[in-house]
Design a protein around this ligand. Structure first.
Ligand code: I3S
Length: 125
């Protein structure tokens, strides 16, 4: 019997684990607090999950992922924002700021380019 995945899942461009720290909410600075996040990129948004992929899919935790609208967002390397290597920042149109990081060079490069491509394909407003 054929299993039909939900539309959401068909649009997933990339998913995986990265270190994440949200550093501003609506332009208001937050205290930096790094944690591992399972991240799902689709054409218009990124979802940050607090739990593992397995936990999120089992929907047992009740945690809603933080959903980030990529329309009008910016992405840039952010060497000066952390002592860690391989850090980039996403700034949303609504003034939310996220740092994303991996110690593994090719992983962070793949993510940077995937997110940048998604942003560049979207209308700017
Ligand atoms: O930019 P900061 O404030 O030096 O970032 C560090 C702090 O967020 C620190 O937490 P406390 O504010 O509780 O000390 C974190 O543990 C560090 O990881 C942060 O620095 P890095 O360089 O890791 O982003």
């Amino acid at each position: 019997k054929e299993v039909i995945p939900p539309l959401e899942q068909l649009m997933v461009e990339k998913e995986g684990y990265l270190q994440k720290a949200k550093i501003a909410d609506g332009g208001k600075k937050l205290r930096k607090n790094w944690s591992t996040s399972w991240i799902v990129l689709s054409s218009q948004k990124i979802e940050f999950h607090k739990e593992s992929k397995q936990q999120a899919l089992s929907m047992k935790t009740g945690h809603k992922p933080e959903s980030v609208d990529l329309r009008g967002a910016q992405i840039e390397w952010a060497k000066e924002k952390s002592s860690r290597k391989n850090v980039f920042q996403i700034t949303t149109a609504s003034g939310n700021e996220f740092l994303l990081q991996s110690d593994i060079d090719f992983i962070i490069l793949d993510w940077f380019h995937a997110i940048k491509n998604a942003i560049d394909r979207l209308p700017k407003d």
